[in-house]
Ligand binder design. Sequence first.
Ligand SMILES: [Zn+2]
Length: 346
Amino acid sequence: MLRNIRRATFRALQTWGVSRLVADSRWRRQRLLILCYHGVSQEDEHLWRPNLYMESNVLRQRLDILQRGEYNVLPLGTALQHLHAGELPPRSVVITFDDGMCDFYRRAYPLLKSCGFPVTVYQTTYYSHYQRPVFNLICSYMLWKRRGMVLDKGKELGLKPPLDLRTESSREEIVLRLMRGAEVDHLNGADRDALAATLASVLQLDYDELLRKRLLHVMSPQEISELAAAGVDFQLHAHRHRTPMDEASFRKEIQENRQRLQAITNSDPRHFCYPSGEYHSQFLPWLDSENVISATTCNPGLVTTRTHPLLLPRFVDTSARSGIEFEGWLAGVGLLLAFKRSARTG
Ligand SMILES: [Zn+2]
């Protein structure tokens, strides 16, 4: 219902030419829109998590809109400098991708390159060096593959039978139980991967095939290095995609992430993105101590000179958004119509 109202309103604003007026206004010129993407499907990932994954052709359409509308797509660091110097070009936009999945290398980057658009990737590094699928994601994806079933199994996984795969929440409950069990038992990466392989066998899925396709894998150091050499900007997203609540562990996540990226890309990453968009006020001085100069959230909004540099809002673009809604956000009218909504982010 709300989505229909929102779309109708965007359409009306476009028909009246209001979007274009706002896009070209002085008001918009003092603002920066940071776009946030996650994955681009290699197969059917967008059907599994439409708020995390989109199809290549949807991304292609978004990039076409940016080109047609003559939006100025800037590198993140440059855009923030221009913003604070009062020198942003009209219709400024930054493109960011979270996590740095293998599908970025295979699907997203070729499209961005063909448009000549700069991009920042907030790269998590643990699963880059450990080339296996991200544990919680692959478990969730495999359970979704068998959605609708109730299996009288679970003991092999340390869970009480049955495994109820009928709803998203019942499937996510299983993932949570697996993650909690892995945490309690102090399972390392290889143990977790073995557990995911056991889940695949319980579900009668071919785990080796998922590995061959590199579904839900993070980019390898070689892939990151190649893209960095081609001009992709790699920035911080925590080594293990988490933000512990104690300072020492939090800073260790940043340090480890930075050291790995420095070794691969030969650069000094100083921009950060909160994993899963989760942040707390105590993180700000810790980021400061780590010489982090900007940090992005998943809260919707445009950046101005008054925005706290460690709390930069972004527009999270997903399959669930229409092209019209996307254009509204580019123009700057999206914020005016942003109904509060919860979006699952990664
Ligand atoms: Zn993330």
